[in-house]
Design a protein around this ligand. Structure first.
Ligand SMILES: [Zn+2]
Ligand SMILES: [Zn+2]
Length: 285
């Protein structure tokens, strides 16, 4: 039985997950979890391979609502979504409990490429659009991350929805997915550090501004560990220490795509949080 009882970053067969909503809820109940947040990938017309369809979105929204009623207070089920920076505006018309705000793509010279699909795609894009200068690509990635909460909040305001939704910054340093052991770039390089520090400054500044009606949280995400890409969660210790230093809080996220990984690596992630002095929320209530 896992000691940590909540997870808000969960994928199902409505997008690129392997278990259906009910199977996941049953597993969460078996694990003795107290809160389970679903977060299907929002529809992105630029890439339909991994996300919910537009019709599927309504069915997903409805089915999560039915499960939430069925399980009631013994397992609180939250209706969330993982919005991409390039998600379609219609996705904001639903009333989400929480929104994972994520950057999976970079737009350069009018074209869009994924940063987390494969190392080859990332490095080909680096050659094609940045003349091989990975730190320029990284600058673009973190500029987008710094803006993502603003974009999501604007979408919610325009659609007059999700006013109370917590905004969770998804896998802050996803750009390191294929960088285990510093294979592609040096994470202590001043250009790298200044890129992520800039994004953090922007997000933390927004969190404390009066315009921010939604809570902004970060996540310690173990998804790349359960899928064998990494041996440590996102974000790095250095970034977590800065999140702590700025007084921001984190949740633990499994980014689960399969029911058995609902709380994957949470003991380790919890220890990491303590080591970095960052406050972990057990509920986004
Ligand atoms: Zn994601
Ligand atoms: Zn995800």
């Amino acid at each position: 039985m896992p000691a940590f009882k909540t997870n808000y970053h969960t994928h199902s067969t409505y997008c690129d997950g392997e278990s259906n909503l009910r199977e996941i809820a049953e597993q969460a109940a078996r694990f003795g979890m107290t809160e389970l947040g679903f977060s299907g990938h929002s529809y992105t017309s630029i890439d339909e391979s991994y996300c919910m369809s537009q019709d599927g979105m309504q069915a997903y929204y409805d089915e999560v609502g039915i499960l939430a009623e069925e399980y009631g207070p013994r397992l609180r089920i939250l209706r969330g979504i993982e919005m991409d920076y390039f998600s379609n505006p219609e996705d904001y018309s639903y009333d989400w409990d929480h929104i994972i705000c994520s950057c999976h793509y970079i737009k350069k010279n009018g074209e869009i490429f994924p940063v987390d699909e494969s190392e080859d795609i990332l490095m080909d894009a680096c050659s094609k659009y940045y003349s091989g200068d990975i730190y320029s690509l990284i600058d673009d990635y973190y500029n987008e991350v710094g803006n993502v909460a603003d974009v999501v909040r604007a979408g919610c305001i325009t659609a007059e929805s999700s006013a109370d939704a917590a905004l969770i910054i998804g896998h802050f340093d996803l750009i390191t997915k294929f960088n285990e052991g510093g294979r592609l770039f040096d994470e202590s390089d001043p250009r790298y550090v200044s890129a992520w520090t800039g994004a953090l400054d922007r997000l933390c500044g927004q969190a404390s501004s009066e315009a921010a009606r939604n809570t902004i949280l970060f996540e310690i995400n173990t998804g790349a560990m359960s899928r064998g890409y990494r041996t440590a969660p996102y974000p790095s210790k250095e970034i977590l220490a800065e999140i702590a230093h700025r007084g921001m809080s984190v949740i633990l996220s499994s980014d689960s795509h399969e029911k058995s990984t609902l709380t994957y690596g949470f003991d380790e992630a919890y220890e990491l949080a303590a080591e970095c002095g960052v406050n972990v929320l057990h509920s986004i209530g």
